[in-house]
Design a protein around this ligand. Sequence first.
Ligand code: NAP
Length: 255
Amino acid sequence: MHLGLEKKVVLLTGGTKGIGRTMVRAFLEEGATVHFCSRTESDIKDANEKLAKDFPNAKAIGSTVDITDQSQLTSWVNSSAEQSGSIDVVVANVSAQAIPDTIEDWQKTFQTDLLALHVLVQTAIPHLEKSKGNIITISSVSGRDIDFTTPGPYGPGKAATIHYSASLARKLAPKGVRANTCSPGNIYVKHGTWGDLERDEPDLFKKQMELNPMGRMGKPEEIANAVLFLASEKASFVSGANLTVDGSLCNGVQF
Ligand SMILES: NC(=O)c1ccc[n+]([C@@H]2O[C@H](COP(=O)([O-])OP(=O)(O)OC[C@H]3O[C@@H](n4cnc5c(N)ncnc54)[C@H](OP(=O)(O)O)[C@@H]3O)[C@@H](O)[C@H]2O)c1
């Protein structure tokens, strides 16, 4: 399937590790220009160098931005649009990933998963209206299942992300802008959440692995492929959707 993402300008938060890193590479493979960010300057420098080598014909521009800092975030969005001439796709990938049920973690979740998402989207909307672009928010199966992360803020934050994205879809449809969510299941990355748990808490990791009906966790490429589809014109009538990519981990029917 030809996705037609060549020359599209993608803005993606959290692109140096895990699923975000793989999504950056997947968009570059399609010939898109990708602006991505993270908080760690050395990771951004390394990623910029590596991506320039690996994708000599594409354009990857990493910037050091903490999305919870509103002025950093808005100036990154606007300067990316200015530098590349437009924004066609916004992928809101960063989450506080805060599981403990503490006031501090609820605050972090609100600041990162909701408030920063709102600022990102509000700043990008004028650019997306011009390009008739689209927004993809990254939620989680924890937004719809009562799983090991409960009763902390992670699940409620992810549920709110799905709701916010669907409401954006309704509001922006008349302007030709789509909004969708992708909800990953357990996605294994060696130096990521599940790889760390496998090393640090092998019993808990084994228990979680056994919940996966396919007998394995997902690969970040499997999320990137779903996101590429949602971002492309092949999904031109898909808006307000929550695309769960979890190998049937969720035990429930999504109506
Ligand atoms: N992995 C899974 O199994 C799984 C399952 C379901 C949903 N998800 C969701 O998928 C998304 C990505 O998860 P992941 O596991 O790939 O995460 P990850 O490996 O921890 O990577 C997170 C990325 O975001 C950056 N980041 C974090 N906070 C930031 C901030 N405030 N400002 C800018 N950048 C920030 C990190 O870099 P710095 O730390 O250097 O800033 C890193 O590049 C999250 O929304 C997560 O909830 C993941």
